[in-house]
Design a protein around this ligand. Structure first.
Ligand code: AMO
Length: 434
């Protein structure tokens, strides 16, 4: 017995089959009825000539509503006129779950549905193969990241998401009530992955949710995203970190190229592996380049969305989709980043992909006194980070790491206009359901 559309081909003619899925289209033409069933892998046509099938089958088909879940048992027949070259003549049709009508939104209708309508009825939207393909790709991407890092000796860890202090600035913290105390949703695993560097788990990574109360309503910011973080001890310099990310992104994109062909076809897109090694651009040179392209930007300014875009165009012309921007002004970077002594810069980096930042990180300040000094410089009270600072007082190796926005990378890789397309149930300033 064959099951599902994936296995069905003209070579299966005369075999008994069971197809379970959604009734995508029903056409009753009197003497003959057609039912197109959709499952995860594709479509199957069920053809019911009145003379060849039971009255029960005909009556089920005439009363069936679109998007109902059905189970069809029948026989496969070769059929040249049908896409795929095979159809199923039904012996029985069981309605496992009828769909109410009208539908909240169409699945196959060619009309352009507003993004909000799609996200309001996401379960329905995800019935579209092209909406769903993104998540099959995302799943394989996670798998490839895991595989690469485990092979490199990294230990996968899970750090708390309910925390007592933020690491990425107070303005984007979500506060919550934790019994009788205030607490926050973790903006990143930063403090915990660094503390782990003092334990002997000298290479760790985590792929998990990160929360930011981002007030900006943009196509690349959401309030809950998946952060792929890594931290490694005993580094000689920041280069050790760049090397791992470069090889990891290469492995992931190459792996995807060979493993998600059908999904890319569904999305009508291709992916290309960025040219390596990725060029390393010092922040001050990046400012120069962007100024040269006509943007008004001063040394010390954040490149911003427009600056990043402009740099992306310049790098694209040079044949590069991925490139590093390194040594940002220390003032612009968080307290945990190491300063480059004798300069206003720091051992920090961003990885940009086609004009959009997808990752940032750097070498960390592992010297207790300098770290405390840096916290004070940033207007932070070291005492509220005592649990973190303690780990630096009893033997903390030099270390560095990164955070990479998985959805930002997918968005660019798949050429999607909005990061929300890569999130099943996006969260932003306005959206809290579904
Ligand atoms: P940063 O704040 O730059 O660094 O975040 C790391 C990466 O996370 C992604 N990202 C987001 N994606 C979607 N929506 C958002 N609102 C959002 N905010 C950030 C981006 C970004 O590059 N602790 C440091 C990393 C480190 O130094 O290890 C950090 O969180 O792709």
């Amino acid at each position: 017995m064959l099951r599902g559309s994936r296995t069905l081909s003209p070579a299966d003619a005369e075999k008994n089959v069971i197809i379970k899925g959604w009734a995508q289209e029903i056409r009753n033409l009197g003497g003959i009825s057609f039912l197109i069933i959709r499952d995860r892998y594709g479509l199957v046509q069920v053809t019911a000539p009145k003379k060849k099938v039971s009255p029960e089958v005909m009556s089920t088909l005439t009363s069936l509503s679109r998007e109902s879940v059905v189970k069809v048992t029948g026989v496969a027949k070769a059929a040249n006129q049908v896409k795929g070259g095979v159809e199923v003549i039904p012996e029985s049709i069981e309605v496992l779950s009828p769909a109410a009508s009208p539908l909240p939104m169409g699945v196959v209708d060619k009309v352009n549905v507003e993004a909000d309508t799609r996200y309001d009825h996401r379960f329905m939207d995800l019935r579209k193969p092209e909406a769903r393909a993104v998540f099959e790709i995302k799943s394989v991407a996670h798998n490839l990241i895991d595989q690469f890092l485990v092979d490199e000796g990294f230990v996968e860890v899970f750090t708390p998401k309910i925390v007592a202090s933020g690491a990425e600035g107070g303005s984007t913290l979500f506060q919550l009530k934790y019994f009788d105390r205030p607490a926050y949703l973790a903006q990143s695993p930063q403090l915990y992955k660094q503390m782990l560097m003092s334990t002997g788990l000298d290479r760790v990574f985590e792929i998990g949710p990160a929360f930011r109360a981002e007030p900006s309503d943009t196509v690349r910011h959401v309030s809950e995203f998946i952060s792929f973080d890594g931290e490694m001890a005993f580094i000689d310099s920041m280069k050790d970190v760049l090397d791992i990310i470069e090889r990891c992104t290469q492995a992931v994109i190459k792996g995807l190229e060979s493993r998600v062909g059908p999904q890319l076809e569904t999305l009508n897109t291709t992916i290309s592996v960025p040219k390596a090694p990725y060029p390393v651009i010092e922040y001050k040179d990046a400012v120069d380049m962007v100024q040269g392209a006509g943007m008004k930007l001063e040394l010390g300014d954040d490149l911003g969305t427009e600056g990043e875009k402009s740099l992306g165009e310049i790098m694209k012309e040079k044949g590069h989709d991925m490139y590093w921007i390194v040594e940002y002004p220390e003032e612009a970077k968080p307290f945990y980043i190491m300063e480059k002594d004798g300069t206003p810069y720091s051992y920090s980096f961003d990885l940009d992909y086609m004009g959009q930042e997808i990752s940032s990180g750097g070498q960390r300040e592992h010297r207790y006194d300098r770290l405390v000094e840096r916290m004070r410089k940033k207007g932070l009270d070291p005492e509220s980070f005592r649990f973190y600072l303690d780990a630096f007082q009893y033997g903390m190796p030099p270390h560095g790491g990164w955070g990479l926005g998985v959805e930002r990378m997918l968005q660019k890789m798949l050429n999607l206009s909005n990061i929300r397309e890569t999130i099943l149930f996006p969260r932003d300033r306005i959206r809290l359901v579904p």
